[in-house]
Write a protein that binds this ligand. Structure first.
Ligand code: NAD
Length: 395
């Protein structure tokens, strides 16, 4: 999520703490963490033992989300913040001092390729505007560094293919920053859907959007007053809230169903600020159909608040709200409440990836570039469907 969600995230954390949610899993709750969730997927087990080794991570781009990742690195067990890449000398000074980073591990965007000579950096975490993900992933791979690249993986499927090839050619691993793949509430809805706990899921609603016209989020650029922000720039962002927020809706429908969509229809709007959103959409809704016949209906917007997931199956329903932001997530199903302890999503994501890399194991495909390109292909199809008004086939 973006800066404008971080405030609400921290506020919600405080609320959750006050309500005791952070530490409670109700004993009578049918939705308790299940060992079988992780039994076939080592990445879902998270950190479990310590060899004392840590993966050295350099954050590339020191914006809002990099701040959360730095907090996650401080809380992590298998990785550490070892370096930074930034275009701002003042940020370099501040981060060096705060995290006690040596000068030799500090790069700017021009001298970044010199990182090839630096054995104290194992992995580069690309947290730049979407339109820069491809170039910096390819440059990091060519320097022999593993890469975690933020979502969306890139602004086109062809860029994703270049990134996958560059990492493969260099023999490094490529992960996408899908933090919800490690979050227990989301592992639970994945289990409920894929294991057909309530039978076949027939219909999903998954939506995420934020009202950005109320002045509370002035720095994000979505709000009128900062038209130069990269998120409003087609080249740097690739698109509007679909790229930024809608991707979580696409992801959740795919991992709850365990299927890939076959057709897409979509509609732009409503648009309240056409001048501000002249290059990227302000809002978009879409419908995905899946091979089982299941349908997912979604919307994302910068003009209204929505953060919800709902699935109905042959023998019951399950839903979350908040669902797709930073959480804490709250849900219920036909069997009762869905509540899990609040985790540090960024620390868990990076620890799980770092542990597998330290053990020289391949990352599971649902968090790699192969997963990232699936979402980007669907995003491209949604835009095409909205532009043409037609039904776009994905297979
Ligand atoms: P941000 O605007 O806060 O930070 C972007 C950083 O990129 C800034 O430090 C900026 O200086 C730097 N930058 C370098 N070249 C730039 C250029 N040409 N134009 C503009 N900025 C440039 O953005 P953010 O919210 O930190 O998002 C960064 C990436 O992280 C995006 O891809 C976004 O989708 C992703 N993200 C992911 C999550 C998540 O929950 N996984 C949350 C927020 C953002």
């Amino acid at each position: 999520m973006e800066k404008y969600t971080r405030k609400s995230f921290l506020g919600q954390l405080q609320l959750a703490g006050a309500a005791g949610l952070a530490s409670i899993v109700l004993p009578s709750d049918p939705h308790v963490p299940r060992p079988d969730l992780a039994s076939t997927d080592p990445a879902l087990t998270g950190p479990s033992s310590s060899s004392g080794k840590k993966l050295n991570i350099a954050l590339c781009g020191l914006g809002n989300y990099a701040g959360l990742l730095a907090d996650g690195l401080e809380a992590s067990q298998y990785c550490r913040l070892a370096g930074i890449v930034t275009g701002h000398p003042a940020k370099a000074t501040a981060w060096k001092a705060k995290y006690k980073l040596p000068d030799k591990n500090v790069y700017d965007y021009q001298n970044f390729d010199e990182i090839v000579h630096n054995p104290s950096i194992d992995l580069v975490y690309v947290v730049l505007p979407n339109g820069l993900h491809k170039d910096f992933t390819v440059r990091a791979a060519k320097a022999g560094k593993h890469v975690i690249c933020e979502k969306p993986m890139a602004t086109s499927a062809s860029n994703c293919r270049e990134m996958i090839k560059a990492c493969k050619d260099a023999g490094v691993q490529l992960a996408i920053g899908y933090r919800l793949h490690f979050e227990p509430t989301h592992l639970e809805i994945k289990r409920l859907g894929q294991q057909k706990v309530f039978g076949q899921v027939r219909f999903i609603e998954a939506s995420l959007g934020y009202q950005t016209y109320d002045g509370k989020e002035a720095a994000t650029g979505y709000q009128a007053g900062n038209p130069a922000h990269w998120r409003l720039n087609k080249v740097l962002a690739g698109g509007g809230p679909l790229m930024d927020l809608g991707i979580y809706c696409i992801q959740s429908s795919r991992y709850v169903l365990g299927e890939e969509p076959v057709t897409v229809t979509a509609q732009f709007g409503p648009t309240r600020a056409p001048k501000l959103f002249s290059q990227v959409e302000e809002a978009i809704s879409w419908q995905l159909t899946f091979p089982s016949g299941a349908v997912c209906n979604s919307t994302t917007s910068c003009g209204y608040d929505v953060d919800r997931f709902f699935a109905t199956a042959d023998e019951g329903q399950f839903e979350l709200s908040p669902a797709l932001s930073y959480g804490p997530f709250l849900g219920k199903s036909s069997k009762g409440p869905i509540r899990f302890p609040v985790i540090n999503q960024q620390a868990t994501e990076m620890d799980t990836i770092a542990k597998l890399i330290l053990e020289n194991k391949a990352l599971p495909s649902h968090i790699t570039g192969e997963e990232g390109i699936k979402d980007v292909r669907i995003i491209e199809a949604i835009y095409e469907a909205a532009r043409t008004g037609g039904k776009v086939k994905l297979v």
